[in-house]
Design a protein around this ligand. Structure first.
Ligand SMILES: *Cc1c(COP(=O)(O)O)cnc(C)c1O
Length: 398
């Protein structure tokens, strides 16, 4: 398949006058999602009410959509299920992985990881007892830190700040050689670049659907469990919908078959309707084409910014193969510069302490968007237009 990116762009509602470079944080609205959610509300919830669980397939939706995500991340069919938030799924994967390595007590991660993943790991350690520890090292030092004490290697493949990409297959092989298991967070991978989860040997993986997968704010997370573990793991968050037979209302928990056991409670049916519509757009895309275009868009942006804005320092790897689908630059006044950009219709985001972050999402980002963003950024830097009090006041979400 050759992806028609003009056709995929036409599937999105992009507000007039906006160059949107923040799809790595929240994807825009697929036009069909608005209609699909409205239909689910009026025809399914409205007309079927409780009958929707059986008649509209609500109960099967988490695994059915999981299979569609599996295709995008190189996972086997029947290994991915949706539900909850990514933070919860991190906890669940980690707890299950720790149970599979009962003689060890160390979770190894890196200091570039997203704080929520580290908070969840730390909280889990506190619950399990004083000998459990979360150890974090610099991203470049992860490989050397994998030793026989490590129970679980927990990493985010693509760094949320810089876009630096870990070698998932290589580090997984190192972890396995040391007797450890792996939990990979694909928050900035799913829908951003091709992954071969099955081939990488990963034990567990998690990710979210509201970033590159465009399922909308609050879209459910996903979890992957390798087939060799799927019927063995005991989910720490053992909710009724992960039970073998939820409507037996059994007092004893019996895990459901395979990936179904990683479900917890009632799924977010309306959010999943939006996800379903967004996955229809992904059916038009080939991940290899997406990656090729993403690298070209990122390179065009880096070249343009470096030529026009000498005060901005590239914070992302220069080599496209070592980067996800985002580009970051550092500047001490990064927050104000980003607010000035947003006021002129170029939407990226800011990550403390000094990172201006721009996501490149080939399904709807064009080379004209790149050129337009570079021109406006260059103008803001050359004129010092960012240096105004209204651009300094920090909003709650940056
Ligand atoms: C976006 C992101 C999260 C957010 O978790 P939620 O529970 O969905 O809010 C967690 N981890 C990583 C690595 C992320 O990029």
């Amino acid at each position: 398949m050759t992806t028609d990116f003009t056709a995929t762009r036409a599937c999105f509602h992009l507000p007039e006058g906006v160059i949107y470079l923040d799809g790595n944080s929240l994807g825009p609205l697929p036009r069909a999602a608005a209609e699909r959610v409205a239909r689910t509300v009026s025809q399914e919830w409205g007309e079927l009410i409780i009958r929707g669980w059986n008649k509209a397939g609500w109960m099967e939706q988490p695994a059915r959509l999981g299979d569609r995500i599996a295709r995008l991340i190189g996972a086997e069919a029947g290994t991915v299920v949706l539900g909850d938030t990514l933070s919860i799924k991190v906890y669940q994967a980690l707890a299950s992985a720790l149970e599979l390595t009962p003689t060890r007590r160390v979770i190894l991660s890196d200091t570039g990881n997203f704080p929520s993943d580290l908070y969840m790991a730390d909280g889990l350690c506190r619950t399990l007892g004083p000998d459990y520890i979360l150890k974090t090292v610099a991203p470049e030092e992860v490989e050397a830190a994998i030793d026989e004490t490590v129970a679980v290697l927990m990493l985010t493949e693509v760094d949320y700040r810089t876009g630096r990409k870990h070698d998932m297959a290589g580090l997984t092989a190192r972890a396995h050689a040391a007797g450890a298991l792996t939990v990979w967070d694909l928050a900035h991978t799913a829908g951003a670049l091709p992954v071969d989860l099955a081939g990488s040997g990963a034990d567990f993986a998690v990710g979210c659907t509201y970033k590159y997968l465009n399922a909308g704010p609050g879209g459910p997370a996903f979890i992957y469990v390798a087939p060799r573990h799927a019927d063995v793991v005991r989910p720490a968050l053992s909710g009724w919908l992960g039970h073998e037979s939820p409507f037996a209302f059994d007092l004893a928990y019996r895990p459901g078959a395979g990936i179904e056991r990683m479900r917890v409670g009632t799924p977010p049916v309306l959010q999943m309707a939006a996800l379903e519509a967004s996955l229809d757009v992904w059916d038009m895309a080939d991940m290899a084409d997406v990656r090729t275009r993403s690298i070209a868009l990122c390179e065009a942006f880096i070249a343009g910014v470096e030529a026009a804005c000498p005060d901005l320092a590239l914070a992302s790897p220069r080599d496209g193969d070592k980067r996800g689908s985002q580009v970051s630059f550092r500047h001490p006044q990064g927050y104000a510069i980003m607010q000035a950009l947003i006021s002129r219709g170029v939407i990226g985001d800011f990550r403390a302490p000094d990172i201006l972050r721009f996501g490149f999402t080939p399904l709807y980002t064009t080379f004209d968007d790149v050129a337009g963003a570079v021109a406006i950024l260059a103008d803001i830097m050359a004129t010092g237009a960012w240096d105004r009090p209204e651009f300094m006041a920090r909003a709650r979400v940056t």
